[in-house]
Design a protein around this ligand. Structure first.
Ligand SMILES: Cc1ncc(COP(=O)(O)O)c(C=O)c1O
Length: 420
């Protein structure tokens, strides 16, 4: 029988539920730290390696603080993410700001925080200059277009709305040079949930080659290359973890050949991964509310797409454990559903599970990235709490659950009384 490990027992979770009602996401701090250290160790062979955790994957300031303690920066994509990072004590060049279709107030805040600003388009150079002034260091996002095939989740780079073309990069850096910018970065992000290490090595090669060509033609010196995020995780129990060492070795070989070989090194190597940093270490814990038998067998949980969108929107697989029934025969076929009036509000379709009863505790795995974060309030559904399982076994609530008052906070019912 295929299974996935859990960092807690059924009785521990029952105790936690007494204080924190389901549904909730719970994150395993010890595992997050262990993984962060493994990543740092493997990538330490790369010059100036640094990971900027993609805040969008798990936007919680406690998590940001833990990762910052481990030496990670953050990658922000919006004003609230910048403010959250600032509140977690993360500012300056510990912050990468990678946005697109960017409103002026975001450029202003990023500049004020001293963040690396990663521009998505050549037309943003004068906008940034006008609203905030050009910073000392500027980064551009490269879209390699037909040079890269793209992966299943992110699609073809040519179809993507992100980044500069190769020609625009040359023109853009020339403009920066003329405007007396002295420090330069370059970035790309062309993968999502990619498990093939070679994909990242190929991307690094493409970037290193473009760096070589621009450096020579414009006589500028790049300070860093940001290879983006997109490292995948084994959602399915039969999938393997990506080898950090293999990616690091491949990127180093490409660096040695293309950058050292052409006298362009040193430059720092950055990543902005989200999923691989926290994804496997989060669990959505729910209880079974109803069991329904019609043309199929349905298990209705007390959570829904608000808490985890990925299965509903991408058909993504998330492993499910019925706590206490791990060793029972998985011989019943169920659709595991939420309570939205949307038929794609299903965590699993035709999943073989043990016989399920009302009040069973269901754990949905790998919700530590793009899980809580993606939720919406459609159907008036409220977002859950987030808990942190600390290395000493204690549990801390790091975000309370939304209340009905939170949901109504943007409405003025007093004004409604006199509205005709
Ligand atoms: C610009 C950018 N950087 C980083 C990430 C993080 O990706 P992942 O969580 O797959 O590593 C994303 C994800 O959408 C992104 O858009």
């Amino acid at each position: 029988m295929v299974s996935k490990d859990l960092p807690f027992t059924k009785s521990q979770i029952e105790e936690i539920i007494e204080e924190h009602p389901t549904p909730f996401h719970i994150y395993d701090e010890a595992a997050i730290i262990k993984n962060a250290r493994e990543m740092k160790e493997a990538f330490s062979i790369l010059n100036g390696f640094k990971e900027f955790f993609a805040v969008k994957a798990l936007p919680n300031p406690y998590i940001l603080k833990i990762l910052h303690e481990e030496g990670f920066g953050v990658d922000c994509s919006s004003l609230p993410e910048l403010i959250m990072s600032e509140k977690a004590g993360i500012t300056g060049e510990d912050v990468m700001f990678t946005s697109n279709n960017t409103p002026p107030e975001e450029f202003i805040k990023a500049k004020e925080m001293g963040a690396y600003i990663n521009l998505d388009d050549i037309t943003h150079i004068p906008v940034l200059e006008e609203v905030a002034g050009l910073p000392e260091i500027v980064c551009f996002r490269y879209n390699p277009g037909p040079l890269k095939t793209g992966n299943e989740l992110i699609g073809k780079p040519e179809e993507a709305k992100y980044g500069f073309t190769r020609e625009q990069l040359f023109e853009g850096y020339k403009i920066l040079k003329e405007k007396d910018v002295k420090r330069f970065g370059i970035h790309t992000m062309v993968a999502s949930n990619e498990l093939n290490e070679d994909y990242f090595v190929e991307t690094a090669r493409i970037l290193f080659e473009v760096i070589r060509d621009i450096s020579k033609e414009l006589d500028i010196k790049f300070e860093f290359v940001n290879l983006g995020g997109g490292i995948g995780i084994p959602y399915r129990p039969d999938q393997e973890r990506v080898s950090y060492k293999k990616i690091a070795k491949g990127v180093k070989d490409a660096y040695d050949e293309i950058l050292i070989g052409n006298g362009i090194a040193p430059l720092n190597i950055y990543f902005e991964c989200g999923r691989v940093i926290t994804g496997p270490y989060g669990y959505l814990v729910s209880k079974v509310r109803h069991i329904k038998k019609t043309y199929k067998n349905f298990v209705g949980l007390d959570s829904c797409m608000t808490n985890l969108m990925r299965p509903g929107i991408y058909g993504a697989y998330h492993h499910i454990t019925v706590l206490g029934k791990e060793n029972k025969s998985h011989d019943k076929k169920y659709d595991v559903t939420g309570s939205l009036c949307e038929n794609n509000d299903k965590f699993a379709i035709d999943r073989m599970l043990p016989e399920i009863e009302k009040e069973d505790i269901i754990v949905i795995h790998d919700t530590g990235a793009h899980g809580f974060a993606m939720g919406f309030n459609y159907n008036g559904k409220l977002k859950s709490s987030e808990l942190l399982l600390r290395p000493d076994g204690k549990v801390v609530e790091i975000r309370r659950a939304e209340t009905v008052d939170d949901y109504f906070a943007t409405l003025d019912f007093e004004k409604l009384k006199s509205f005709k």
